[in-house]
Write a protein that binds this ligand. Structure first.
Ligand code: XMP
Length: 520
């Protein structure tokens, strides 16, 4: 087995491709495509100096696209020294235009934006297009394009409206493509990226989760030694996989604290305890803090206030349990790669303040933080869980917000409402699972609205439950799920019959945007 993950101090010696982010919407997708081709990829901001790039010892660099115009005075530029560093470069869209003008080529503004699938001819004598069909289709999305390639560069692909759809200086291993090989609409895009990695950067490959498990365990053992590690376990995918990985590496030197805030789904707390304490035999401290959280949430209506209270209390409960353990050497966290990427473009507006464990506790006595999933994308965390033989019900678990049902109960949160929502949600979940509907996330919401109904001969005045089910890739955008009517009918009938105080059920048919996935 070929292991490529080796870390010594700060210097990463594993085979790495760097993705320089010029603000394109596909920056993470490019890194994921490269990783799917078995080479580790990391994203850095476009202006990372050469010295920082060298620390990673990259076998190649990919420039992303971006919204800027390369000829503008304030256009984002990379450290010029990268071009003469001898490191192979693939520029995509904006990245290719930047390479073009940096070497003396020219760019031009098209009369109208070229957008969508376009026929393309590849020069298959170029290593970038080796073994590809010469006639294919690519995905274009640009207004500017390279009009004349720099001296010493050859045109290696053309479309009808873009003569220089790709250009290269093969001896210097510099390549630029105007189209987007990373998106599925470029059917040979994956082959192009593979050629860049294996034909041009001479990658060996080996970034697989089976390899990662072994190397990560060795790495954790090396770092932790005989030290004690404390982990906040939520039962979600990330902290669960982190727990099992740490358990493999250091066994009883790991202690997990699970705080039940009373706002989990039905039987969830029991399942966490059963899985980690009984099945995995870990040191697990379960804290039932439901009363504390529900008391503090009494009469709180504003969603951000709920989040803040839960986040703060979570830390406090965690701290007071941790204190009982005395000194620990490491605090472990389930941080994943999308949380640590430094973007090349500005930061998006905060719509909701998300919280998982709620930040770092101030009063826990530990020396260092350990983040064993820090390098992984979400789907890689799931693949890691599978490589660790974890059961699907944990590894494929849908996202669940840290503040739990508190942000699915519109208005004030009471024990009675939590109970109603847990029951309705369990019915919805059960029926969707039975019907095997393909869906990314689904849940029930207890709306703050009450309305008039009739049950038997009686007038009722009760709550409305909203059902929400969405398809999505990453939660950033989402579409409402077309659940078959008969499934909705069954769910509606069961909720009315089996859960008290509900006399109306609605299905949420808004996508994100304009709505968000959660209601609060
Ligand atoms: P929204 O509602 O922002 O949700 O469209 C996007 C995804 O994030 C989850 N979510 C949260 N997760 N803490 C979390 O850990 C939170 O406060 C939180 N709010 C929303 C939501 O479930 C969805 O998957």
């Amino acid at each position: 087995m070929h292991i490529v993950y080796e870390r010594y101090g700060n210097i990463t010696l594993r085979e790495t491709i760097l993705v320089l982010d010029f603000g394109g919407q596909y920056n993470q997708l490019i890194a994921r495509r490269v990783r799917d081709l078995a080479v580790y990829a990391e994203i850095l901001p476009y202006d990372a100096p050469l010295e920082r790039i060298r620390e990673h010892n990259p076998i190649g660099i990919i420039f992303t696209g971006g919204p800027s115009t390369v000829t503008d005075d304030n256009a984002p530029k990379c450290d010029e020294r990268i071009f003469t560093s001898g490191i192979p470069i693939l520029g995509i869209c904006y990245g290719s235009q930047l390479m073009g003008v940096s070497f003396g080529g020219s760019v031009k503004r098209a009369d109208k934006r070229e957008y969508g699938k376009t026929d393309i001819k590849y020069d298959t004598s170029s290593p970038l297009f080796k073994d590809l069909a010469s006639d294919s289709v690519c995905w274009m999305s640009h207004t500017y394009y390279v009009d004349t390639p720099p001296n010493d560069f050859d045109i290696i692909a053309s479309t009808q409206s873009c003569n220089v759809a790709a250009f290269s200086c093969a001896p210097k291993k510099l390549y630029g493509v105007q189209f987007h090989p990373e998106v599925v609409h470029t059917p040979l895009g994956n082959d192009i990226l593979r050629n860049f990695l294996y034909e041009i950067c001479n990658a060996k490959g080996g970034w697989t989760m089976d390899n990662y498990v072994e190397a990560a365990i060795a790495d954790i053992k090396h770092k932790v030694g005989d030290g004690r590690v404390l982990l906040g376990l939520s039962g979600g995918v990330d902290s669960s996989v982190a727990a099992v990985l740490l358990d493999r590496a250091i066994g009883s030197n790991l202690t997990c604290i699970f705080v039940d805030h009373g706002l989990l789904r039905m039987d969830e707390a029991k399942q966490v305890e059963q899985t980690f304490s009984t099945a995995y035999d870990m040191n697990l401290i379960c804290v039932n803090a439901a009363d504390k959280f529900l008391d503090r949430l009494a009469d709180v209506i504003e969603p951000e206030a709920k989040r803040k209270i839960i986040g703060e209390d979570f830390i406090r409960v965690f701290e007071s349990e941790a204190k009982k353990l005395g000194k620990v050497d490491f605090l472990a966290q389930g941080t994943i790669y999308p949380d640590v990427i430094e973007s090349g473009a500005g930061h998006a507006a905060v719509i909701k303040s998300h919280h998982n464990v709620g930040g770092l506790p101030d009063h826990v006595d530990f020396e260092e933080i350990i983040e064993p999933l820090r390098d992984l994308f979400k789907d890689e965390v799931r693949a890691l869980g599978k490589a660790l033989s974890m059961p699907d019900h944990i590894v494929m678990r849908q996202p669940f917000p840290g503040p739990g049902l508190a942000i699915r109960i519109i208005g004030d949160v009471t024990r009675e409402k939590v109970d109603i929502l847990q029951k309705a949600d369990a019915i919805f979940t059960h029926e969707l699972e039975l019907a095997k509907v393909e869906v990314w996330q689904y849940f029930a919401v207890l709306t703050g609205m009450r309305s008039v109904g009739v049950m038997g001969d009686e007038r009722t005045y009760d709550y409305t439950i909203a059902l929400r089910a969405v398809t999505s890739v990453d939660g950033m955008t989402a579409d409402w799920c077309r659940i078959p009517y008969d499934v909705l009918e069954k769910v509606s009938g069961r909720i009315i019959n089996e859960v008290g105080h509900i006399n109306r059920i609605v299905y949420d048919i808004t996508s994100k945007p304009p709505a968000t996935i959660e209601w609060e």
